[in-house]
Ligand binder design. Sequence first.
Ligand SMILES: Cc1cc2nc3c(=O)[nH]c(=O)nc-3n(C[C@H](O)[C@H](O)[C@H](O)COP(=O)(O)O)c2cc1C
Length: 114
Amino acid sequence: MKLICAPMATLSHEAFRISVEEFGGCDEYFTEMINASSLLNMGPFEKYYLMNGPCPEKIVWQLTGTSAESLAKAAEIVCEKGGIGIDLNMGCSAPQIYKTGAGIAWMLKPLKET
Ligand SMILES: Cc1cc2nc3c(=O)[nH]c(=O)nc-3n(C[C@H](O)[C@H](O)[C@H](O)COP(=O)(O)O)c2cc1C
């Protein structure tokens, strides 16, 4: 049985993981949701999202985005930071996310777009 820390936007960052480790830790940690386009443009917060401490070997990177192309490029960037996997967010139903074509909007896209 694994103890997995779910992705939580604004919470699942390095400082949070350090605190959790001090309480015994998890087997895997999802990062907070990382927007692919913002990552490619290196927005003001993206350097924080890319921090992989204190246990890079337990990280699953969660990406969100509106195009398969930007998601693929963002995946290349996070892969360079190590970790055990990538989670493509296709379930976020927050209006500010799905209205851009990200999150759960993927469930409505024709297969040829994915
Ligand atoms: C503050 C907060 C932020 C969240 N952010 C994300 C997110 O960025 N991506 C995601 O897939 N789920 C997000 N979730 C959903 C959680 O990952 C999780 O699926 C949800 O809380 C249900 O799990 P639980 O029953 O263990 O609480 C968030 C939940 C909370 C409470």
